[in-house]
Design a binder for this molecule. Structure first.
Ligand code: F6P
Length: 380
């Protein structure tokens, strides 16, 4: 595990990438606990972009500056996706700002892009960094959980429940596209929670004809409403699939026709007040991240594993992530170099493979759960 030698007196906290409900609770947790431990806290606005641009984007926080934000969605620190920070010059500029302002370490809250940024800052320029996973996608393979995921799933579920009401009244189907980037977690769990007839995710193939056949069989058995959930990353155009359902079943008001609407929830599920799960996870991870930074650790990020909050080496986490995603995403597979694993010992590699097997088993289990609990009339 990497360690930084310098005593930490002043830290910076930032949020980066797509915002997620609970980021504010994490900022609050970091600030309150660090101040309690006698450390000065600087709030950095607009993520790495703010860090690169310096002073006007950085403000000293006192404990009251993070009052009344625990229940707020979005991020009071704002966020940005910063392409310049992918270049060495951008990272160097940010490291120089840290040195100028006497920032001894950083806590970065966000998704995988945020961790890569933290990795570069710490390995290239020696700025100690600890990451906290904050993304609705829950797509950081090394962690069972990322802040924002629970709220986003509940928002998705609530919105689909509303669609179901109107689908039932009109005997319609609604194909719903949900966020999650290339991860199907939001789609899968909300599909189970709303009793969707079918769900499509990138991690597994989707048989369009079998899904339509199922809709037809269910309609023949008297089912009026249908929900089909499609993860935005799935290899299926959700809007086109809605049209296909109508084309195959026939439009018009005859009994077999399944009139189908399409809805894309997009960014609406990123907003809103965080759930209890997200607020409490944010509190736990914020405190644990400060503890690690003050203990001289660097280049790590907080993970939840089986209800425990632990620090994981960022390099190991990035490798785990790439290896897992390469197993179902051809674009990542093209770039993934298995020899990256050579820098780890056999124990770490076994741990990585075990975690990947766990993630795959979870996808299969939840897909199976959705299939086994949805309405189906087996006519064979
Ligand atoms: O990573 C969070 C996320 O909301 C993804 O689910 C989605 O694909 C992406 O961000 C959208 O990004 P942007 O906010 O830049 O449009």
């Amino acid at each position: 595990m990497a360690e930084s030698a310098k005593k930490i007196k002043k830290i910076g906290v930032l949020t980066s990438g797509g915002d997620a409900p609970g980021m504010n609770a994490a900022v609050r947790s970091v600030a309150r606990y660090a101040i309690r431990r006698g450390v000065e806290v600087m709030g950095i606005y607009e993520g790495y972009k703010g860090l690169m641009n310096g002073k006007n984007y950085i403000k000293k926080f006192n404990a009251r500056d993070v009052s009344n934000i625990i229940d707020e969605g979005g991020t009071i620190l704002y966020s940005a996706r910063c392409t310049e920070f992918r270049e060495r010059a951008g990272v160097e500029q940010a490291a120089n700002i840290c040195r100028e302002l006497g920032i001894d370490g950083l806590i970065t809250i966000g998704g995988d892009g945020t961790f890569r940024g933290a990795y570069d800052l710490s390995t290239m320029f020696g700025i100690p960094c600890i990451g906290i996973p904050g993304t609705i996608d829950n797509d950081i393979t090394a962690s069972d959980y990322s802040i924002g995921y629970d709220t986003a799933m509940n928002t998705t579920m609530g919105l689909i429940d509303k669609l179901r009401d109107t689908c039932e009244s009109h005997a319609r189907c609604n194909v719903v596209e949900v966020m999650g980037r290339n991860a199907g977690y939001i789609a899968l769990y909300s599909a189970v929670a709303v009793g969707a007839t079918a769900v499509a995710v990138k991690e597994r193939p989707f048989d369009e004809d079998a899904a339509i056949k199922k809709l037809i069989q269910c309609r023949e058995a008297g089912k009026r409403n249908f929900i089909v959930v499609v993860s935005e990353g799935a290899n299926l155009n959700a809007e086109e699939f809605a049209k296909k359902i109508e084309a195959v079943t026939g439009t018009g008001h005859h009994e077999k026709a399944i009139e189908t609407k399409f809805a894309r929830f997009a960014h609406v599920v990123r907003g809103g007040s965080p759930s209890l799960r997200d607020r409490v996870t944010a509190a736990k991870m914020g405190v644990a991240a400060v503890d690690l930074l003050l203990a001289g650790r660097t280049n790590m990020f907080m993970c939840e594993r089986r209800d425990n909050i632990i620090g994981t080496d960022i390099m190991q986490a990035i490798y785990t992530d790439r290896k897992y995603k390469a197993s179902f995403d051809p674009d990542i597979a093209k770039k993934f170099d298995p020899s990256e694993g050579d820098k780890f010992g056999p124990e770490v590699l076994a741990e990585v493979d075990a975690l990947i097997a766990e993630r795959k088993a979870e996808i299969d289990y939840i897909l199976g759960l959705s299939e086994n609990t949805s309405n189906y009339r087996n006519i064979e």
